[in-house]
Design a protein around this ligand. Sequence first.
Ligand SMILES: [Mg+2]
Ligand SMILES: [Zn+2]
Length: 177
Amino acid sequence: MKLVILDRDGVINFDSDRYIKSPEEWKPIPGSLEAIARFTQAGFRVVVATNQSGLGRGLFDMATLNAMHDKMHKAVNQLGGRIDAVFFCPHAQDAGCACRKPQPGMLVEIAERFNVALEGMPAIGDSLRDLQAADAAGTRPILVLTGKGEQTLKAGGLPEGTEIHRDLAAAAMALAS
Ligand SMILES: [Mg+2]
Ligand SMILES: [Zn+2]
């Protein structure tokens, strides 16, 4: 089975420094939903792994996060795609949990849940911490230049072997053609 792990904010939807706190604020990046459909149609399971510390900080609640993800699932389904699961870390940065990226906890959990090998599994993100988590888990780190991606590229220090694509659409074109 093929599986691709996607970060959410800055990869699937536009990011905001003030957090995405409502379904109304959740707006897809052009081409990203089609890219997910392309992965689905190429036989990939698509799983989202996202840090959502806004939850732990009380900026939004579980019902609101579910409503955002409902919107995301429906928008993807309409295009013939499917997000098989959403894993999220609700903890604040100082909580010291094992799931908040750059920790590899969520990625390891996804591999266990779906019974797939971490090695060679593409993990796509726009922040250094996504790539560090991918690297620490032993997956294949892929940077997209949407969201914080340009900044991340400029700042450097990417894990060895990080692949770079313009956006999720370009990554899907390369990985699922
Ligand atoms: Mg991101
Ligand atoms: Zn966590």
